[in-house]
Write a protein that binds this ligand. Structure first.
Ligand SMILES: *[C@@H]1O[C@H](CO)[C@@H](O)[C@H](O)[C@H]1NC(C)=O
Ligand SMILES: *[C@@H]1O[C@H](CO)[C@@H](O)[C@H](O)[C@H]1NC(C)=O
Ligand SMILES: *[C@@H]1O[C@H](CO)[C@@H](O)[C@H](O)[C@H]1NC(C)=O
Length: 256
């Protein structure tokens, strides 16, 4: 009975880890309810127009944003209020529910500066180049390379999680040994992937406190925040590493 409990808890934990990772992967693949609500990083630029207006006073700002949710991205057709990144693409929203997504790319690079400026017309791109400081937020090379690497780690972690779960269903001491190994390897991949994403978004967040040097200074209005996809990766890591000991005990004690 104790053995059954051990096997059951190991399978349960690795299954939960797998489900959490599946949710992480579907983030922003389209704009329907569940994918829309999951992202790795969020950028809110709804107040950027205020900063642009302050910088261009007395000229009024027209045409910075579009309110047509179905206008395609990356065509300089107008900024949206919210940009959310998933592992495969990003989506930009005019309001809480309506938006468009960029094309699907495996190991998509996180390049928020490119995403924002590719939606602005050329005048605003020039203005933005002079307003947004050279910080990690606009270092697309750095953000892009690290998030691309982190994607592969999370992908390998997901595959290892699935293998740990499915081999654990084969009720055999050797199966539990293989599950133990996959759970350990998967935990390491998930840990490193989650750490990279967390550090990257924390670094991009430096833009949040930035003011444009008008008198008086006005907040830049570009707000970066951590998406819940990163929390899913951390939670999956916690569940998977929690399954290691019960898999190990099952492996050593199973006499099925
Ligand atoms: C976006 O930023 C604006 C201005 O800072 C704020 O009022 C609004 O609540 C934010 N919206 C979301 C969804 O975070
Ligand atoms: C919104 O954009 C789409 C795609 O460009 C276009 O087909 C549609 O007519 C636009 N809607 C309005 C109200 O302008
Ligand atoms: C969001 O924008 C879309 C398209 O412009 C509009 O149809 C919808 O009513 C808006 N939703 C909210 C909650 O404002």
């Amino acid at each position: 009975m104790r053995g059954e409990l051990c096997i059951g808890s190991a399978s349960f934990l690795s299954l939960v880890a797998l489900l959490l990772l599946i949710f992480m992967h579907v983030g922003q693949i389209n704009t329907s309810t569940v994918p829309r609500s999951i992202s790795m990083m969020k950028v809110n630029v709804s107040a950027y127009g205020v900063a642009i207006a302050a910088a261009t006073t007395p000229d009024p700002v027209t045409g910075l944003y579009t309110d047509n949710a179905s206008e395609p991205l990356q065509q300089h057709l107008g900024l949206r209020n919210f940009y959310d990144w998933g592992l495969y693409q990003y989506c930009a929203y005019v309001n809480d529910t309506h938006g468009e997504c960029s094309p699907h790319v495996t190991a998509n690079r996180l390049q928020p500066y490119e995403a924002l400026t590719s939606d602005m017309n050329d005048n605003f791109v020039r203005l933005t180049n002079s307003l947004i400081p050279a910080t990690t937020f606009s270092d697309s090379q750095y953000l892009g390379e690290f998030t691309r690497g982190a994607y592969y780690l999370l992908l390998l972690g997901t595959i290892a999680t699935a293998l740990a779960f499915f081999t654990g269903l084969v009720r055999h001491a050797f199966g539990f040994f293989v599950s133990t190994v996959f759970a350990i390897v998967g935990s390491v991949f998930l840990l490193i992937g989650a750490v990279i994403w967390t550090v990257i978004v924390k670094k991009a967040e430096v833009i949040n406190g930035y003011f444009i040097p008008t008198t008086p200074p006005v907040p830049l209005g570009v707000e970066v925040s951590v998406g819940n996809g990163i929390l899913l990766a951390w939670a999956a890591f916690a569940c998977l590493i929690g399954s290691v000991i019960p898999y190990m005990i099952s492996c050593c004690t199973y006499r099925g």
